[in-house]
Design a protein around this ligand. Structure first.
Ligand SMILES: Nc1ncnc2c1ncn2[C@@H]1O[C@H](COP(=O)(O)OP(=O)(O)OP(=O)(O)O)[C@@H](O)[C@H]1O
Ligand SMILES: [Mg+2]
Length: 410
């Protein structure tokens, strides 16, 4: 321990349903980080993205943190934490306020965002994120950053994300008991999106679907801001369970079959390939036709994609998805998933991997790391945004200088 680093350290913890992943990164400049360490431990204390066993979760977090500490040669004290689960809900809100001095300042923006979040919050829920989609001044064209502009009335459309207070508290408690202070808590699909989407896609309009072990998390972006989020309680583990039940195989065997065969070969009656399957007790084996494996997996994939299709149709999201859908998370690796999504949703679909420029690129460019890497990138972007707002946009700085020159003449 005790290596010397020149850049600021940033740590993320992705508490997933199948694995807990800790990343230690060093900030190189405003936009770039170098990964210094990774720690990973199997997760046994979560169900569908929510902590159900505090002791097991703490144990796994400790193991992943210790591994990352050794690799990076640092002591981890605080971290960014991802949150998901079926308790997450979201809505689009609108707020409006008069502009106090005629010129929009930080406090006007805070006031209009506070107005947007002034709605009755369901009991037991708390607001996790208030994400501005766009602002407008006196009913004019939408703007991303109104700071420094002039007008009478400021309006905002914002996407508000809520989560169950108890689920959030349990997750934070597990981290703290594992010896790590929680610096910020971020919705997992927002993080994954920052790891796998490029800014052009986010401007044009794109969806990201993180298919993990317990939940599939959807987020849709356009013009660089969030439009829609939704958590579905179907993901990778359901595929494994279906295979285990359908073939009377053990969980490990079902997991192996799922990863090896998927359902991309599935064209009924086109192949005679038989696969040896270890049955549940391990001492008996059975020959199963490959079509049978594919049939079970494809049925579950169709169910998940039907939910996504319904969500897109119900909320008229096609318009926001001109660049299509990006699949990420371990479940996106299921052979056949991408092609089925493309044909059912009738839009371009690709698999998104974290684009890691510095440090350990090969091993980390896997969709299972999108959330952990994204937590760091998301925070970097947020800090950069806040820093630019602190000094105001270029136009307002120039305008302020001009006002001071004019003042000098009188
Ligand atoms: N090659 C593969 N083919 C099919 N599925 C895979 C493959 N690799 C991993 N998976 C599946 O991905 C899932 C784990 O993905 P991931 O690590 O993204 O989930 P998680 O973050 O732990 O869970 P969650 O985000 O739901 O809390 C498991 O169900 C696993 O079986
Ligand atoms: Mg995950």
């Amino acid at each position: 321990m005790g290596k010397l680093f020149t850049g600021r350290l940033q740590v993320s913890i992705d508490v997933g349903t199948t694995k807990i992943c800790v990343l230690v990164a060093q900030q190189l400049d405003q936009d770039r980080v170098e990964i210094l360490g990774v720690g990973k431990a199997p997760s046994y204390g979560l169900h569908k993205g929510v902590v159900v066993d505090v002791a097991k979760t703490i144990h796994s977090i400790k193991a992943a943190v210790a591994e990352a500490e050794i690799m990076a040669g640092v002591k981890i004290e605080q971290a960014l934490l991802g949150i998901a689960g079926a308790h997450i809900s979201s809505r689009n809100c609108h707020g409006a306020v008069p502009i106090k001095t005629g010129e929009i300042r930080d406090y006007d923006i805070k006031a209009v965002l506070a107005a947007a979040r002034a709605f009755p919050i369901p009991e037991g829920q708390q607001i996790l994120h208030v994400l501005p989609q766009y602002f407008s001044i006196d009913g004019q064209e939408p703007l991303q950053d109104p700071c420094g502009m002039h007008g009478i009335r400021l309006e905002v459309n914002a996407h508000i994300i809520m989560g169950a207070i108890t689920s959030v508290q349990n997750l934070i408690k597990c981290c703290q008991k594992a010896g790590v202070k929680v610096q910020d808590i971020i919705l997992e699909q927002l993080a994954s999106a920052d790891a796998v989407l490029c800014s052009d896609e986010q401007k044009l309009g794109v969806g990201v679907l993180d298919i993990g072990g317990g939940t599939a998390d959807l987020a849709i972006f356009q013009h660089g801001s969030i439009r829609h989020t939704k958590v579905f309680a179907i993901a990778g583990n359901h595929f494994t369970n279906d295979l285990a039940v359908g073939l009377r195989a053990s969980q490990n065997e079902a997991e192996r079959l799922k990863r090896t065969y998927g359902f991309s070969y599935f064209e009924p009656n086109k192949t005679d390939q038989m696969v040896e399957v270890k049955l549940v007790h391990g001492y008996q084996k059975e020959m199963v036709h490959i079509d049978e494996i594919a049939f079970i997996l494809k049925a579950r994939a169709q169910e998940l994609l039907e939910f996504i299709k319904l969500e897109i149709e119900q909320h008229h999201l096609q318009l926001f998805m001109r660049a299509g859908l990006v699949l990420t998370g371990g479940g996106s690796l299921l052979l056949g998933m991408k092609d089925l999504a493309q044909s059912m949703l009738k839009m371009p679909v690709r698999i998104g991997r974290p684009r890691i420029e510095f440090g350990l690129p090969d091993s980390l460019e896997n969709p299972i790391y999108s959330t952990s890497y994204g937590l760091i990138i998301h925070t970097l972007k947020k800090e950069k945004n806040n820093a630019s707002k602190k000094y105001g946009p270029l136009a307002s700085r120039v305008f302020a200088r001009m006002k001071s020159w004019v003042a000098e003449f009188f």
